[in-house]
Ligand binder design. Structure first.
Ligand SMILES: [Zn+2]
Ligand SMILES: [Zn+2]
Length: 109
């Protein structure tokens, strides 16, 4: 037994077979060689690729690297460019100016 420790499989979709004709979900946890056919992935537990928590894969959560509903929602929210808390545009511009000054100072190298 290579990996006696019980774990939640962490599935990733990949193409296999001649001409990559088949899609399977293979577990990417260390030491695990488990895989299942793509059509059986629904209603399986997987570890989330983003937060590692166990979640049930539903139809809408299917993707190459499945992530849980919470992370999916978080990623959607991230796409709507939200300002970083406690970090103003002025701070950002000041940082850029400081970086420019550093690069100029390092011209000797
Ligand atoms: Zn596994
Ligand atoms: Zn997650």
């Amino acid at each position: 037994m290579a990996n006696p420790k019980k774990h939640v499989h962490k599935y990733k979709r990949m193409k296999v077979g001649k001409a990559k004709a088949y899609s399977i979900y293979r577990c990417f946890q260390p030491g695990c060689t488990h895989y299942i056919a793509e059509e059986h992935i629904i209603n399986r537990f997987s570890a989330c690729w983003a937060c590692d928590q166990t979640f049930l894969i539903t139809y809408k959560l299917i993707k190459v690297k499945p992530i849980c509903e919470e992370c999916r929602a978080a990623r959607k929210a991230d796409n709507k460019a939200k300002p970083i808390e406690g970090f103003s545009l002025e701070d950002m511009l000041a940082n850029v100016a400081a970086k420019d000054a550093e690069e100029e100072a390092g011209d000797d190298e």
